[in-house]
Design a binder for this molecule. Structure first.
Ligand code: ZN
Ligand code: ZN
Ligand code: ZN
Length: 143
């Protein structure tokens, strides 16, 4: 997905700072989600941890990024679909956590609607599939 960080900030009426643009650029580079430690490593020279954390929180609040916890409990971030908005995420797609390369993919697979018991109101749903991703599967075949 091609994204334009400056436009996204404008759409969400966020002031655009160099650091905010950098964070979005870095996350949009790849189609897979990026983990917080990975972001810290890549942007550590330009953005300190606290600022990075704050930017990620704003983006999550505004419906720009969604957070996916991986099997080790590490936060990963991916760009949201355009239907997400402030306080209202629509990322009801399946995530795939590869147990070999530990990358997280946003899959174009819709999470089936689940009916909650009376009195329970689900605000968001998280479905993560674990297994071997396409890339790792190919590597196995080549060897
Ligand atoms: Zn979202
Ligand atoms: Zn993999
Ligand atoms: Zn996703």
């Amino acid at each position: 997905m091609k994204i334009n960080p400056v436009n996204i900030l404008k759409e969400h009426s966020l002031k655009h700072t160099k650091q905010r643009v950098r964070v979005l650029e870095e996350i949009a580079l790849d189609t897979v989600a990026i983990s917080q430690p990975e972001l810290e490593k890549k942007l550590g020279k330009e953005i300190d941890r606290v600022t990075l954390y704050r930017i990620l929180n704003i983006y999550e609040d505004k419906g720009i990024l969604h957070r996916i916890m991986d099997m080790n409990g590490t936060a990963n971030y991916a760009i949201c679909s355009s239907s997400c908005s402030e306080e209202h995420h629509h990322d009801e797609h399946v995530h795939f956590n590869c147990t070999s390369c530990s990358k997280i993919y946003c899959l174009d697979v819709t999470v089936p609607k689940m009916v909650m018991p009376h009195g329970f109101k689900a605000v968001s749903m998280n479905t993560t599939a674990y297994g071997i991703c396409e890339k790792c599967n190919l590597l196995v075949k080549e060897n």
